[in-house]
Design a protein around this ligand. Structure first.
Ligand SMILES: Cc1cc2nc3c(=O)[nH]c(=O)nc-3n(C[C@H](O)[C@H](O)[C@H](O)COP(=O)(O)OP(=O)(O)OC[C@H]3O[C@@H](n4cnc5c(N)ncnc54)[C@H](O)[C@@H]3O)c2cc1C
Length: 406
């Protein structure tokens, strides 16, 4: 492909893992002079620094979707990057467990998708004894096991990628929120509270603020971001032997993030969660963090009645489990019957997911990218976007940047 970028000046909005992976790829490929704007005073301050740390192997995603394709490529890229930088990468493995016979058809669908997506070394397990060889304390009738599903520290990975950006001559400006953009003669004037610069191309990877940033260049307000908080409980360290790797429920493929699950983190901490409750602020990490503006915008979005009608039961279930520890505990104990309520200690490290939803109330399933003249906008990059960050970067460069903006 020809490279029309030449010595372009490229701005990236957002210092999460996707923005920094893009900055790194552009720098290493010599595609321009890169400047990253991050509104917080540190990198990875939002989703990237508040997630489960799982390197997904691609079990759930619709075959042929961008999620399926970029997750497979991204997993390998993250593994190689961690090896190169000597960052922890632990293949603790994931067991997706059917608790009873009623879940077998859904488990079969996960198995079908996993095979279509080329999940490495995937194995179907129908013997309880075999399940217990992998997770001695688990309950269930069948499972699929993905031994190469891994855990990492995404904030540390982002910092290591940022070092490559700086070493390659790129700039990362912290504490600089982009508040305005104007397209002038095919170039973009980018303004923060303290600076104003002109760039040839801009790529916005603004996570929870994706729709706000899109509006700065007059893009369609849809899809909007619906913030969903995910909360975790920690397992008391003396009970760490209850879980070897990851134990997940059979998910509804439309909402693979739902359902209480157990994950052994890269530093051997075991967390139980996350759930998914509506956040009352885009960056609302607690129930009491309320933004009247964000909440009003979500409630008055044209798709709100349709979403509420379809999913109110699920919403009530998730909210009650968030507010009542006993409900959460009961959900978790179905998978690990030896779990006691007192084994769940301190609710920790909530994260807020940036989930895009359309005017019709439908949640966008796949990654989504928009182009407005010289500005490329990542409109939907939820899980597994951390796993896929390096392949999303290559995808955006190859499909949106190395072609002319006009
Ligand atoms: C609870 C939870 C669990 C998850 N678990 C996993 C998992 O196990 N594996 C996985 O692969 N994915 C997981 N994810 C998803 C993953 O964390 C995200 O998909 C990924 O981090 C997205 O990265 P990002 O760079 O797009 O967004 P972010 O990390 O949110 O970064 C966006 C950045 O843009 C900045 N910004 C916004 N507006 C502006 C502006 N105007 N000017 C300047 N800067 C701006 C923000 O401050 C922010 O730092 C999880 C997410 C959550 C919330």
């Amino acid at each position: 492909m020809t490279d029309p970028l030449g010595a372009a000046r490229i701005a990236i909005i957002g210092g999460g893992i996707v923005g920094i992976a893009l900055a790194r790829a552009l720098t290493l490929r010599g595609l321009g002079e890169v400047t990253v704007f991050e509104k917080e005073h540190r990198l990875a301050a939002h989703q990237t620094g508040h997630n489960s740390g799982v390197v997904h192997a691609g079990l759930y995603y619709k075959p042929g979707s961008l999620k399926a394709e970029l997750c497979a490529l991204g997993r390998v890229a993250i593994r190689e990057f961690c090896a190169e930088k000597k960052l922890p990468y632990r293949e603790v493995g994931k067991l997706v467990v059917a608790i009873d016979e009623s879940e077998l058809p859904a488990l079969a669908e996960i198995e079908r998708r996993s095979i279509a997506n080329g999940v490495p070394d995937l194995r179907r397990i129908d013997e309880v004894a075999e399940l217990r060889e992998i997770e001695p304390h688990v309950a269930g009738v069948a499972a699929v096991h993905s031994p190469q599903t891994a855990v990492v520290d995404y904030a540390a990975i982002t910092e290591a990628m940022a070092q490559d950006v700086r070493a390659g001559g790129g700039s990362i400006l912290l504490g600089q929120e982009v508040v305005a953009m104007t397209v002038e003669a095919g170039r973009v004037r980018v303004r923060t509270a303290v600076s104003e610069q002109v760039f040839d191309r801009v790529i916005a990877c603004a996570g929870l603020q994706s729709d706000v940033v899109a509006k700065l260049v007059g893009a369609d307000p849809s899809p909007k971001i619906l913030p969903f908080r995910g909360e975790y409980w920690s397992l008391a360290p003396e009970r760490n032997d209850l879980v070897n790797g990851m134990i997940y429920p059979v998910p509804d493929p439309r909402f693979p993030f739902l359902g209480v699950h157990f994950t052994r983190g890269v530093y051997d901490d075991i967390h139980v969660g996350p759930n998914a409750v509506p956040a009352l602020a885009r960056e609302g990490y607690r129930w009491l963090a309320i933004s009247p503006k964000d909440t009003w915008e979500s409630l008055t979005w044209p798709g709100a009645p349709s979403l509420a009608k379809q999913h109110w039961r699920m919403g009530v279930d998730e909210i009650s489990a968030s507010l009542l520890k006993t409900r959460w505990f009961r959900k978790a104990r179905r998978f690990v019957p030896e779990l006691r309520s007192r084994d769940l200690v301190a609710k920790t490290a909530a994260g807020v997911r940036a989930q895009a939803w359309g005017r019709d109330g439908a949640l966008l399933d796949d990654f989504a990218v928009d182009q407005v003249g010289p500005v490329t906008l990542l409109r939907n990059a939820p899980s597994p976007a951390a796993t896929s960050s390096m392949s999303i970067a290559d995808y955006v460069i190859d499909h949106f940047l190395t072609v002319r903006a006009d």
